[in-house]
Design a protein around this ligand. Structure first.
Ligand SMILES: C[S@@+](CC[C@H](N)C(=O)[O-])C[C@H]1O[C@@H](n2cnc3c(N)ncnc32)[C@H](O)[C@@H]1O
Length: 215
């Protein structure tokens, strides 16, 4: 798979920000269906205003976004709704190799470039990558749902298992030079390197503060 090597890094610029009342992962619903109507706003960059034409007709929209505060990729995870491990790609857990989230939220109204939405399971300030209409005819396929069909379905809010313990970044507005997702990847990688270095240092008995990461 030579195309998937180093030469195949993409730069994706967020098209907006997702606003919500969820400031930290703990307590945030794990899916829109468990969010009990929690409200939020999708703020789209004014440059894309025309691209929102006719979005009002849809009851639900898909939000695709970047899990900007998740910990490292884990190939196997114990997801919130089960007690056994599964491959992360067979779950909706955020600790993915490419940490992209998707949520089908309810569209309440459009005010210019702001979409008022409900059933939000996304942290405040999350970079938005895309919006698509949710179309029951395209998107709702009755059928098998793997391990979820028999899952105990216990943990409907996040308990922090996929996020390192550090404060949520302060509220950041969207500007013309909005950070590229690429920058977030780089800072996540830098964070991991810094964590590894810190761990090695503490093994040697030195004291180095862990995770001087900002993203
Ligand atoms: C299990 S994931 C599922 C998200 C989405 N509905 C999906 O299926 O891709 C939901 C959890 O991700 C966490 N989360 C939301 N926004 C995040 C962000 N920007 N960075 C890291 N974690 C986030 C929240 O704590 C939430 O409970």
């Amino acid at each position: 798979m030579e195309k998937l090597g180093e030469a195949c890094l993409f730069q994706v610029k967020p098209i907006g920000l997702i606003r919500s009342s969820w400031r930290e992962v703990r307590g945030t619903p794990v899916q829109p269906v468990f969010a009990d109507g929690a409200r939020g706003q999708v703020e789209i960059e004014p440059a894309y205003a025309e691209a929102l034409t006719d979005i009002e007709g849809f009851e639900r929209i898909w939000l695709l976004y970047w899990f900007d505060r998740v910990g490292p990729f884990r190939p196997l995870v114990v997801p919130y709704l089960d007690r056994s491990a599964h491959g992360v790609l067979a779950t909706r857990a955020p600790a993915r190799p490419a940490p992209i989230g998707l949520s089908a939220v309810r569209l309440i109204e459009r005010r210019g470039c702001t979409l008022e939405v409900a059933d939000v399971d996304v942290l405040d300030g999350t970079p938005l990558l895309d919006v698509k209409p949710y179309v029951p005819r395209f998107d709702a396929w009755p059928g098998r749902a793997g391990w979820l069909d028999g899952a105990p379905c216990e943990q409907t809010t996040d308990d922090g298992r996929f996020t390192p313990t550090r404060p949520t970044p302060p509220d950041q507005g969207m500007s013309d030079d909005a950070p590229l997702v690429h920058a977030s990847i780089v800072s996540q990688l830098a964070g991991r390197v810094s964590l590894i270095r810190s761990a090695k240092a503490s093994i040697r008995g030195a004291t180095i503060p862990v995770a001087e990461v900002t993203h």
